[in-house]
Every structure is written in C-alpha cells, then in structure tokens.
Design a protein around this ligand. Structure first.
Ligand SMILES: Cc1cc2nc3c(=O)[nH]c(=O)nc-3n(C[C@H](O)[C@H](O)[C@H](O)COP(=O)(O)O)c2cc1C
Length: 213
C-alpha cells in the first residue's frame, strides 16, 4: 500500500471526531496518568491525562496540558485552589477504571467513588493519590501558563514526593516501568502494555558510536 500525504486543508476538512482521533495519534505512545486532587472540603477528584511531560530534573518539574477554560475542569480548579496534586501511573489492571475517570461526572461526584479506585493520602499533603497505582508523585503547583494559540493551559508542578515499590528502582536511579506494569496510551482510547526494553544506552558522545550498557 502506498503512503497517503495529508495537507493542512485536508486535515481541516476532516469530520470532527475523525480529526480528533487522527491528530491524537500523531504524538506516538504517551504516558497514562491519573491526576488526583481535592477541594478545600476534602472532596476528591480523579482524571485521566496523557499529556504529562518531564520539564527538568533540578529543580524537579513536570508539566501537563489541560483542556481549554471553556469546558469544566474540576482538576484544574482543585489544584489551583489547593496548590497541590498527584500524578499516578496507570497499570494494566487499572485501565478500565482509569479510562472511566474521563467521563463528565458532576463536580460533586468523586471519580474515586464512581470507579472504585482507592484514594490514599500522604500526611500534610492535601491531594489524594491512587493506592492501586504502582507509582505516585506529589506535586506543588508552580505556575499555569495560558496558551493563546488554542486556549489550553500548561500546568507546571514541582515534585514534592514520589512513592514506588523499591524493587523497581535500580542502583543508578532508573525506574523499571515494566516491573510496575505501567501502560501507555495512543490516540484517546487505546492502551498498551509495557514492552521489554530494547536496552539501555550510554550517554551519546559525538565521537563515539552508540554504546549499549
Ligand atoms: C486517554 C485520555 C487522555 C486524556 N488526556 C487529557 C489531557 O492530557 N489533558 C486534559 O485536560 N484532559 C485529558 N483527557 C480528558 C480528561 O480526562 C477529561 O476531560 C476529564 O473529565 C477531566 O476531569 P475533571 O473535569 O474532573 O478535571 C484525557 C482523556 C483520556 C481518555
């Protein structure tokens, strides 16, 4: 089969749902995380996100893109009000419940209760983590950058704590996601199991060929 080349006008002319699916696939395999938040009264909220990115290791920062302000964004409201949130890896056995958290539940309905995922708390930290999750990160809100081009927001958080099983942590700080059974997402609704690593490589140097560890 020969390749298809789509030009901008053809992409713009795609039916809405088709374009959403198509464009959401283009950034490749994405991480699957659940954002855990609570409001000032301790009412919890949980939402699926696939746009989490590493921003830097020192200071340890992570970013995520949230939908435009024109739609309900309970997680953003909570993390702005409380200044903290958690990110929780999705493992294979959590996928159906994790996907379900993306449903438009009313604000007063906790996605923890709706899906059966369990909330747990780190002392003195006002956002719940998902105890079913193999790896959770507590973040303190640093800033929210509004993106003029499409009305979305880029939420930046500083890592306050990380919880993971010790056996997945290697001597040099590398975390073996396969041991955690962490999944990835493609498009908006396709989940993928971890795959065996092709191998770790040494830091690349211009004058040396790629070197396996
Ligand atoms: C696979 C998947 C990935 C998603 N990624 C994001 C994302 O990166 N950012 C976002 O704002 N919403 C994303 N969503 C949509 C939210 O999960 C959804 O809007 C949710 O209802 C928001 O909940 P909240 O209003 O309680 O914060 C994603 C949904 C799915 C199923």
């Amino acid at each position: 089969m020969s390749d298809i080349l789509f030009q901008r006008q053809q992409i713009k002319a795609m039916a809405h749902r088709y374009r959403v699916n198509f464009i959401n696939c283009l950034s490749g395999y994405k991480s699957a995380n659940l954002v855990g938040t609570a409001d000032a009264d301790g009412h919890t909220n949980l939402a699926m996100v696939s746009s989490v990115v590493h921003l830097g290791a020192d200071p340890a920062l992570m970013g995520m893109v949230t939908r435009p302000r024109s739609v309900a964004r309970h997680s953003v409201d909570n993390l702005q009000a409380m200044g903290v949130y958690t990110l929780n890896h999705v493992s294979r056995n959590m996928v159906p419940q994790a996907h379900q958290t993306a449903a438009r539940y009313p604000r007063e309905q906790s996605e923890f209760d709706a899906t059966g995922l369990q909330a747990a708390w780190v002392p003195q930290f006002a956002a719940p983590y998902v105890s079913d999750s193999p790896l959770s990160i507590g973040l303190r809100l640093v800033e929210i950058k509004h993106l003029e081009c499409n009305g979305t927001d880029f939420v930046i958080g500083a890592i306050e704590w990380v919880r993971l099983p010790g056996q997945a942590l290697q001597e040099d700080g590398f975390v073996d996601l396969n041991q955690l059974d962490t999944v990835s997402v493609s498009g908006l609704d396709s989940y993928h199991p971890g795959a065996p690593s092709i191998g770790r490589f040494h830091y690349p140097k211009p004058d040396l060929p790629p070197r396996r560890q």
